[in-house]
Write a protein that binds this ligand. Structure first.
Ligand code: AAT
Length: 292
């Protein structure tokens, strides 16, 4: 450990630890679920850390939040009802709210401290909560989904932390089954699906679970996020049986200027070329994903 630096150490990425220089620690707290910390870094703006793991930085959060949201929502015509699991910082809400077809945005985040801390320290992210279409539920996403009537949502976005801690069940088969039940026919799931450099075994399990449950299509896409372990992160994009969804060819384009509002600011990362490119996989990863 280098004095004055934050190092992200975890058994999920043994033998390596990305580090950021700390200017100032702004918040440290312990919620019922996890340790919560915010610090000012020298080069990535403010950083939100849960149980020692970076959840977002001001500088690169756009890459993750825009991709996990617009990959699913730009792949179906007219999304109206959207559910977000996790994502208490509000960044995914900010992105969902760029879609004018959307009428209802529900979010279920387990930890109220994440919401409060985001509103206090990350106003450009928590701005997502200002949209009147948003309803916040504080609770476990697994329990929430069990009570959703069948076929309710056009899209479910699972913006979850890593599978050590409160998010573990969000990577398991029964959870994916309840997501599928909550979606309408031809509805879509986008879920945080870890790194091809570090977590091929986790990805294999997610892909094989999803292929059993989602009878439309099942795809892995990825993006670069410099402050996530290995500098990249992936997403599973799945659809239920019904009107076919071709994730690689978006049918519902989002215009950078249209979706711009005074509080929200413009899109920084997502565009239609990067949407299609996100599904191109290196050969070693493609082999595993295709074999499941
Ligand atoms: N958008 C920032 C990125 C995140 S946040 C993940 C959120 O999921 C956290 O706020 C956490 O409190 C919440 N969460 C964890 N478990 C549950 C649960 N069971 N139900 C509801 N919400 C939950 C993800 C960062 C990825 C990091 C990659 N290394």
């Amino acid at each position: 450990v280098i004095p004055g630096w934050f190092s992200e150490i975890s058994p999920m990425w043994p033998g390596e630890a990305h580090s950021l220089k700390v200017e100032k620690i702004l918040f440290q707290g312990k919620s019922d679920y996890q340790n919560v910390m915010v610090f000012q870094s020298s080069t990535y703006g403010k950083v939100l850390v849960l149980d020692g793991v970076i959840q977002l930085t001001e500088r690169d959060e756009c890459a993750y939040q825009e991709m996990i949201t617009h990959l699913p929502l730009c792949s179906i015509p007219n999304p109206k009802k959207v559910l977000v699991i996790g994502g208490g910082d509000g960044g995914v809400l900010r992105e969902v709210s760029r879609h004018s077809s959307v009428e209802q945005i529900d979010i279920c985040e387990i930890d109220k401290m994440v919401v409060d801390v985001s509103k206090q320290f990350f106003p450009s992210v928590a701005v997502g909560y200002e949209d009147p279409r948003v309803t916040l539920h504080i609770g476990d996403g697994v329990a929430f989904l069990k009570n959703v009537p069948e076929g309710t949502y056009d899209a479910v976005i699972v913006d979850s932390s890593d599978p050590i801690g409160p998010a573990q069940e969000l990577f398991e088969k029964p959870f994916f089954q309840s997501v599928a039940n909550a979606l309408r026919p031809g509805g879509v799931l986008s879920t945080q699906a870890e790194s091809i450099w570090l977590h091929m075994h986790i990805i294999e399990d997610i892909v094989s679970n999803c292929r059993q449950i989602f009878k439309g299509s099942v795809n892995y896409a990825w993006t670069t996020v410099p402050t996530y372990p290995s500098g990249m992160i992936g997403f599973m994009l799945c659809s239920t049986e019904g009107p076919p969804v071709d994730f690689k060819h978006p049918v519902n384009p989002i215009d950078a200027d249209d979706s711009h509002s005074k509080s929200r600011g413009p899109l920084k990362f997502y565009n239609k070329e990067i949407h299609t490119a996100a599904f191109c996989l290196p050969t070693f990863a493609r082999k595993v994903v295709d074999s499941k």
